[in-house]
Design a protein around this ligand. Structure first.
Ligand SMILES: Cc1cc2nc3c(=O)[nH]c(=O)nc-3n(C[C@H](O)[C@H](O)[C@H](O)COP(=O)(O)OP(=O)(O)OC[C@H]3O[C@@H](n4cnc5c(N)ncnc54)[C@H](O)[C@@H]3O)c2cc1C
Length: 292
């Protein structure tokens, strides 16, 4: 079966996921494949289906917690990273990084993604979780996405993707793979955009823990509350389970201070969630995803 994949695209066996997850945790996966176009992706999915293999798609691995050993195939879409702008519409493939794209289109004098300059995720992952910051999100500029549903390529409009705060229909329909999307941009002064990006980056550096590996915010903000403040008020900053720690800088970040395991992160998430429920009767909802 490995040879079948090798005929189609790049394949890595027994992969150390440290290089593919922003948490920098030493987890392993049986196989990681790197299709570089849609035909390679389709053929790979056929092999996965024929061999009844477990799989999931990874973008930049900045919003997932993976088991210590994943006995299946991880489809890495980083080679699908082409983009172009025509008539103020950006066409971009799923593996392109959102933060890089934000800088590129802003430098070219296009407004629409300057809020995304610090989000270390792929376009695909960002559509799935409706990534956002500074009161904007990808749902505000996305026109439509092109997806593969296991059988054929389909187009879904912004409305059909049912975006909500850090949520879309794709979070719940795991058979849909984002291939590319269209984003509406607007011509704007590149120097002004540079200033906005600089300010956004400065705000991030001053409020977020960007030194220690993490997945960014752990929980969604509950309606009317800041998850970080609730957690901070309970004195969790610096609280550790082995090398997993509630960040000293931002209480809604859990960071890997060295050799944290996924189990340590999950235990810490559960501990914080339980305490917030006990003290405030608020059910925190996880923003990140635990892959089974
Ligand atoms: C320091 C830091 C700061 C962050 N700041 C922010 C922030 O300000 N705002 C914010 O919203 N997030 C933030 N994040 C979280 C994260 O970067 C975003 O959620 C990002 O959009 C995730 O993209 P990804 O490619 O890494 O997704 P991954 O973690 O690779 O995947 C997430 C989910 O999407 C699925 N997926 C990925 N690609 C595809 C595809 N092509 N088709 C179908 N499914 C796919 C995966 O299977 C998984 O279910 C931050 C993270 C870090 C580490």
């Amino acid at each position: 079966m490995i040879d079948e994949f090798k005929k189609i695209c790049e394949v890595k066996e027994n992969v150390n996921l440290k290089d593919y997850l922003t948490f920098k945790i030493e987890n392993y996966a049986k196989l990681m494949i790197f299709p570089s176009n849609i035909d390679e992706l389709k053929e790979s999915l056929q092999i996965i289906k024929n061999n009844k293999l477990k799989y999931f798609v990874i973008g930049n691995g900045s919003n997932i917690i993976v088991p210590s050993y994943y006995d299946g195939v991880i489809i890495n879409l980083k080679k699908l990273n082409h983009y172009e702008i025509k008539d103020d519409i950006l066409y971009v493939e799923a593996g392109m990084m959102l933060n890089k794209l934000s800088n590129k289109v802003s430098n070219m004098g296009y407004k629409g993604l300057e809020w995304a300059c610090g989000i270390p995720g792929s376009i695909g992952g960002s559509i799935v979780g409706n990534a956002g910051s500074f009161k904007s999100s990808i749902s505000e500029v996305l026109i439509s996405a092109t997806l593969f549903n296991g059988k054929k390529i389909i187009e879904m409009s912004n409305e059909e993707l049912k975006f909500q705060y850090r949520d879309s229909i794709l979070k719940h329909k795991k058979n849909l793979i984002v291939l590319s999307c269209k984003i509406k941009l607007e011509k704007y002064d590149a120097n002004e955009l540079k200033k906005i990006i600089l300010e956004n980056n400065q705000k991030r550096v001053s409020t977020q823990d960007l030194i220690n590996p993490s997945n960014g915010s752990v929980f969604r903000n509950p309606e009317g509350y800041s998850a970080g403040k609730l957690i901070d008020d309970l004195g969790f900053k610096g609280y550790k389970i082995n090398d997993a720690m509630v960040s000293l800088k931002h209480a809604n970040f859990i960071v890997n201070t060295g050799n944290a395991k996924s189990e340590d992160i999950i235990k810490l998430i559960k501990k914080v969630k339980k305490e917030v429920k006990k003290q405030y009767n608020i059910d925190l909802v996880l923003e990140q995803e635990i892959i089974k």
